[in-house]
Design a protein around this ligand. Structure first.
Ligand code: S3P
Length: 444
């Protein structure tokens, strides 16, 4: 998947956001839905799948390894799985585009199958560390040959049968946890992951839903997640709830643009994903959960968000795992809050689609916001509700969340903010700009 032609955009302030919207399907759940359906025996259906480039990279890879995946005209996806243990040798390198989740989880799957796969990606993904998954997967018997620094392109030669391990996560990462659990799916015996700090638990929830034997126990070392190998997954009908990370852009946009009031439908409220809502409420945001319910084994709610006068906070570091993708947009909220917001303990931001600490510092400073950079976070001086100066040029660095966050910053800026390339938005939120237009257009 080569990167699309750059799409520059100049964003200026516009009227309040008003109306109701739904956000696209959750990215983490969409990747896992395709992978697990492709490993079930028989036909599964997925509704509400995120049709962004990252998830399409997962679909292409699962097709290359033998699954049949089709989209009906009504948007339902039908997947004919090959069964755990049934993945076929892909004929060509698997192009993961921009998607770290596809790469790391699929490396896990390949590790315990008797196949070899080469993984390639775009310039952003090729800079990201893969050693964090290579290490446990090698312990299970996979032979991984990576480029210098443990990066892409890399080749995984799986071992079947692989060796079950007990692995304590050295960093809070749902991708590493999931890679080991997915390798454990086709490994005889019990594979265990010990998670000292809880991270998103979609793999555990969904695998159980597909009929795998997955147990989670608390221990003094953290959660112990065990998967019984040589599992048989039963086909499912999956309803993917809305992505709380995508909803975050509208939560902040409505909070900072005076006169805004929106309702976001069908947002996944899994507690391992709601850190941004907690942080924004601490800042004084007016976010109300309506009609809390369960969809497909995940808690879901509609969220009403109104403009509010935000106050600076010290962002609790223990929220980091549950809002790790939301720091860029939280930094935008901090830029218009009253006072100095400090966010520390988020070192992982350095190895996302971009170095999000450096990228957001540069972007916000270009928009006239005073920042202080730490190794593990940022301090941001807020404008106390006044418009940001704006007027600067921002580099999105192949990072969808930098592009969307700075678009939202532009809504609260006196002079337009020029973003060099918003095309990466298509990786996770293809309709982002249509939705922005609909929400602001309704008030014009
Ligand atoms: C994800 C886990 C997180 C997150 C990413 C999606 C997942 O990454 O940042 O966008 O679906 O498991 P880490 O595991 O690197 O924290």
């Amino acid at each position: 998947m080569s990167h699309a032609a750059p799409r520059p955009l100049s964003v200026s302030a516009r009227g309040p956001l008003r109306g109701t919207l739904t956000v696209p399907g959750d990215k983490s759940i969409s990747h896992r839905a395709l992978m697990f359906c492709a490993l079930a025996v028989g036909e599964s259906r997925i509704r509400g799948l995120l049709e962004g480039e990252d998830v399409m990279a997962t679909a292409a890879a699962m097709r290359a390894m033998g699954a049949r995946i089709d989209r009906d005209a009504d948007g339902t996806w039908r997947v004919h799985g090959v069964g755990v243990g049934g993945l076929l040798q892909p004929e060509q390198a698997l192009d993961m585009g921009n998607s770290g989740t596809s790469t790391r989880l699929l490396m896990g799957l390949v590790s315990s199958h008797a196949i070899t796969a080469t993984f390639t990606g775009d310039a952003s993904l090729s800079k990201r560390p893969m050693g964090r998954v290579t290490e446990p997967l090698s312990q299970m018997g996979a032979d991984v040959r990576s480029s210098p620094g443990g990066r892409l392109p890399l080749m995984v030669r799986g071992l079947c049968p692989a060796v079950p391990i007990t692995y304590t996560l050295p960093i809070a990462s749902a991708q590493v946890k999931s890679a080991v659990l997915l390798a454990g799916l086709n490994t005889p015996g019990i594979t265990r992951v010990i998670e000292p700090v809880p991270t998103r638990d979609h793999s555990e929830r969904m695998l159980r839903g597909f009929g795998a034997e997955v147990t989670v126990e608390d221990s003094p070392e953290g959660k112990i997640i065990s998967i019984h190998g040589e599992a048989e997954l039963k086909p499912q009908t999956i309803e993917v709830p809305g992505d709380p990370s995508s909803a975050g852009f509208w939560m902040v946009a409505a909070s900072i643009v005076p006169g805004s009031e929106i309702v976001i439908h069908n947002v996944c409220m899994n507690p391992t994903r709601t850190g941004l809502i907690t942080a924004l409420k601490l800042m004084g945001a007016d976010i109300v959960e309506i009609d809390a319910r369960e969809v497909g084994g995940e808690p879901v709610a509609d969220l009403r968000v109104r403009h509010a006068h935000l106050k600076a906070i010290e962002v609790p570091a223990d929220l980091a795992p549950s809002m790790i993708d939301e720091y860029p947009i939280l930094f935008v909220a901090a830029a218009v809050a009253q006072g100095r917001t400090v966010a520390r303990g988020a070192h992982e931001l350095r190895v996302k689609e971009s170095d999000r600490i450096a990228a957001m510092r540069a972007a916000l400073e270009a928009a006239g916001v005073q920042c202080e950079e730490f190794e593990d976070g940022l301090a941001i001086q807020g404008s106390a509700g006044a418009p940001l100066a704006g007027g600067g040029s921002v580099a999105s660095l192949l990072d969808h969340r930098i592009a969307m966050s700075m678009t939202v910053a532009g809504l609260a800026a006196a002079a337009p903010i020029a973003i060099d390339d918003v095309s990466p938005v298509a990786t996770s939120y293809p309709d982002f700009f249509e939705t922005l237009h609909a929400l602001t257009g309704a008030a014009q």
